[in-house]
Design a protein around this ligand. Structure first.
Ligand code: HEC
Length: 412
């Protein structure tokens, strides 16, 4: 029952998280589009009153007329619309989901017993939990320091962009070496998403509050507040697409079980940022296909890297992927059956005996000969990549992995 309650809570939180994220990102996309698509005001009177740009739009059967002021309107209305609750809801629900799924079962989900770094492979569950939380916190602190030191008055935002990109390469490298692949991808996404939310919480919204307060008192707002808000918003814009992919990555084991998983992450971060740039330029009226093409090239690079062909040459013998046809002796099915009964069935059964699961994970049941045979390709892939058994909680041996690798389709 406890496993089911966790599962149900997980479902509700994920639902909330996705809805909040859609609302936040949707609004953010809308305002970036609006800002880039503004035209000079048509009426001379509007221009005299401080309107710098405007956009006409039709949506849902109505016509809309947006106007942006160069600095601030002469008088602010009391019912100003603010955007921040969606951002906070997204982060809070995402963090709760992470806690419920990963922090409650760190030895399964966070620890990578096959990590190249022995100390990481040897972490206990508690150590892994603390490592994950420290990782998230440090991600924000270092990113924030980079922004403050490199471009405090927004004068060197280009250099800052390069520094943030290099930081993300380091984050990807560290995450995939310290944590299990699936958690590593989510954590890299979470570092970016935490920076996005903290940008809103610590800089963008307080800056806007200061600007509004200054105007209420008839003073001129500090232009740095506006510029800094813009700087952080721009970062958020380029983070968006990579974060969405990293959060979805846990559906695609081929991404995070790749031997060069950190490179996969970097390729998709660059691809996402470039594709976003294509749309940002387009809203400003410039179609620049080279951004979309460059983004596409990075996706092709990720394809080449993760395709079974690439991993064939980069994995050591004995951990060969499912696609390899080798000359080693075929493993009899009875042996395959025994290994799976011993190492997999406690989770992958109609009624798992493992306390952590109330239903077969990923819907995969390996509790009968027919079911085991039906999942042959997936089993070989999951075992060869080291992804299964999760956290090697059931202690599969290298020799057993090799036996699964040598299991042929016709082996009876
Ligand atoms: C501790 C419980 C546990 C054990 C033991 C375990 N698995 Fe899994 N398995 C899971 C979970 C949880 C998932 C879903 C993970 C996900 O969503 O990425 C999964 C997913 C899978 C998948 C689908 C992977 C994909 O591509 O999405 C395969 C195949 C699989 N397991 C095979 C095995 C095999 C073979 C073994 C034994 C060698 C095994 N598992 C042992 C928990 C377990």
């Amino acid at each position: 029952m406890q496993a089911f309650l966790i599962e149900f809570g997980n479902m509700l939180l994920r639902w909330l998280h996705v809805i909040a994220a859609i609302a936040w990102i949707g609004e953010s996309f809308y305002f970036v589009m609006l800002d880039n698509g503004l035209k000079k005001p048509a009426s001379a009177e509007d221009a005299r009153n401080g309107v710098a740009g405007e956009m006409w739009a039709v949506h849902g059967g109505g016509f809309y007329h947006n106007q942006k002021y160069a600095s601030a309107p002469a008088k602010l209305p009391d019912d100003l619309h603010w955007s921040y609750l969606k951002a906070y809801t997204t982060w809070l629900s995402g963090f709760a989901l992470f806690a419920l799924l990963y922090l409650t079962r760190p030895e399964i989900y966070l620890v990578d017993p096959q990590s190249d770094w022995a100390w990481a492979a040897a972490m206990t569950g508690w150590q892994a939990n603390i490592a994950a939380l420290v990782f998230l916190a440090l991600g924000w602190l270092i990113y924030n320091e980079l922004c403050k030191r490199i471009s405090p008055t927004m004068q060197r935002d280009g250099v800052l962009g390069v520094a943030v990109a290099l930081m993300m390469v380091a984050v990807a490298y560290l995450a995939t070496h310290i944590f299990a692949g699936r958690a590593a991808f989510v954590l890299v996404g979470a570092v970016m998403a935490t920076a996005m939310t903290a940008n809103v919480y610590f800089w963008i919204i307080p800056g806007q509050r200061r600007m509004v307060a200054a105007m209420m008192h008839g003073q001129t707002p500090d232009p740095l507040d506006g510029k800094r808000g813009k700087q952080r918003s721009v970062h958020n814009t380029y983070f968006t697409l990579p974060v969405v992919l990293l959060m979805l990555s846990n559906h695609y084991a081929f991404l995070y079980t790749d031997p060069y998983a950190w490179v996969v992450i970097v390729l998709f971060i660059v691809a996402g940022a470039l594709i976003r740039q294509f749309f940002v330029s387009m809203h400003a009226g410039h179609i620049r296909p080279m951004f979309a093409i460059a983004g596409g090239l990075f996706i092709i690079a990720a394809f080449v890297l993760t395709a079974p062909l690439a991993s064939l040459s980069s994995t050591p013998p004995g951990t060969d992927p499912a696609t390899r046809t080798d000359t080693a002796d075929a493993t009899p099915f009875a042996r395959v059956h025994d290994i799976i009964a011993q190492r997999c069935s406690e989770c992958h059964a109609e009624n798992p005996s493992s306390e952590s699961f109330s239903a077969a994970p990923a819907g995969i049941m390996l509790d009968s000969d027919a079911r085991i045979r039906a999942h042959r390709a997936q089993i070989k892939q999951a075992v060869a990549s080291g992804y299964m058994p999760l956290g090697n909680i059931t202690g599969i041996t290298d020799e057993e992995r090799q036996a699964i690798a040598n299991w042929r389709a016709d082996g009876s």
